[in-house]
Design a protein around this ligand. Structure first.
Ligand SMILES: O=C(O)CCC(=O)C(=O)O
Ligand SMILES: [Fe+2]
Length: 352
């Protein structure tokens, strides 16, 4: 669907403005732009990123997604994630809960491991539908490589601002180690029930998310605010956000905010909603904990945390364990009651 053919985002719904960061300026080390990025990452934890150079790659990923979702359900189900806490592969609509009542999610998606993209034509983590394999070289590998480069550059800025020894965050997100890093293409059907969640409220599991939206639907619940607000898609601008792993590594200096997906507002509701994400996550063996020994700034932030937050910020889990616990307990098949939803939570602080 060409963007020009889609209805405009309505003007009468509450939106939350995001700071705009220019990736070209970040790459050049522009001090003012770095300050804008830092402000965004330490307050809401969401920002727009322009001049990222991936627009064409994202369009190609949407084509790959459409080809994949058009396969018969029976074919897609051969590549399903399963109920054991694995993310890579296909997820059917209704596989996950969206809240503690066990209401079902409305979106389907395909997750492609960065390890499979980088190892191609060898298989690293798992196999994929033919439509994915056919576009691995032309579409997926370029998108994954560029997204990794962008998230790495942002992470290098955080590393310096947190006062960590050079390359610390880079080492925790090494290309070589297997990780949960993945590309995700999401399809939400048109005309979803109004006022219901398509994707339940959550914080992202990993470190950095690089998201591309054409239609509205993404909502955030900013700190200290009681009303969910839409994040308006802006053409050519990615929506970037901090995930739990960076919040934990930084002792809470970087903020991982809760968000969810609602049906697109106004006339946009009559259209399928597609989104494209790349998630950068730490290596599987990396233990999630504040890097207080490596940075006085982080040590100070931890010392100012209330006792219960100190405990929550030391989950005693590796990145792999954190990630699979959260995925597994979202799966409706694993639900025993509201406690299963609670067991899927990250750093939301009881807000959902
Ligand atoms: O589709 C979107 O806009 C957001 C998706 C999301 O939050 C996620 O997949 O973690
Ligand atoms: Fe998310």
């Amino acid at each position: 669907m060409p963007v020009a053919a889609l209805p405009e985002f309505p003007t009468n719904v509450p939106t939350h403005p995001l700071l705009v960061v220019d990736y070209e300026l970040i790459k050049k080390g522009d001090e003012q732009e770095i300050e804008t990025l830092w402000k965004a990452a330490t307050t809401l934890g969401f920002w727009y990123l322009k001049n990222h150079g991936c627009n064409e790659d994202v369009d190609n990923m949407f084509d790959m997604g459409a080809e994949t979702m058009d396969l018969p359900l029976e074919e897609k189900m051969k590549y399903e994630q399963g109920d054991d806490g694995h993310s890579f592969g296909y997820k059917f609509a209704g596989a996950n809960a969206v809240d503690s009542s066990g209401e079902l999610d409305k979106i389907e998606f395909i997750n492609i491991a960065k390890d499979d993209a980088l190892a191609w034509p060898k298989q690293a983590q798992r196999s994929y539908p033919s439509t994915v394999n056919a576009r691995m070289e032309s579409t997926i590998i370029p998108f994954v490589r560029k997204s990794m480069e962008i998230n790495d550059a942002i992470m290098a800025v955080f590393n310096a601002k947190l006062g960590l020894p050079e390359g610390t965050l880079q080492k925790l997100h090494s290309k070589e180690e297997f990780s949960g890093s993945e590309a995700r293409t999401i399809k939400a059907p048109k005309n979803l029930p109004v006022g219901r969640q398509a994707l339940g409220a959550h914080t992202d599991f990993g470190s950095l998310s690089f998201l591309h939206n054409r239609l509205g639907g993404l909502q955030v619940l900013p700190p200290g605010v009681e009303e969910w607000q839409y994040v308006k898609p802006v053409p050519g601008h990615a929506i970037c956000n901090v995930g739990d792993a960076l919040a934990l590594f930084s002792g809470g200096i970087l903020h991982s905010n809760i968000h969810r997906v609602f049906p697109p507002p106004g006339a946009q509701a009559n259209f399928e909603r597609w989104s494209q994400v790349f998630f950068t996550r730490p290596g599987n063996s990396v233990v999630l904990r504040p890097l207080a020994d490596e940075s006085p700034l982080i040590a100070e932030s931890v010392s100012n945390l209330p006792e219960e937050r100190k405990t929550a910020f030391n989950p005693g889990a590796t990145s792999y364990e954190w990630f699979s616990r959260r995925i597994k307990n979202q799966r409706i098949k694993n639900r025993t009651g509201p406690e299963t939803w609670m067991a899927s939570r990250g750093t939301e602080q009881g807000r959902v």
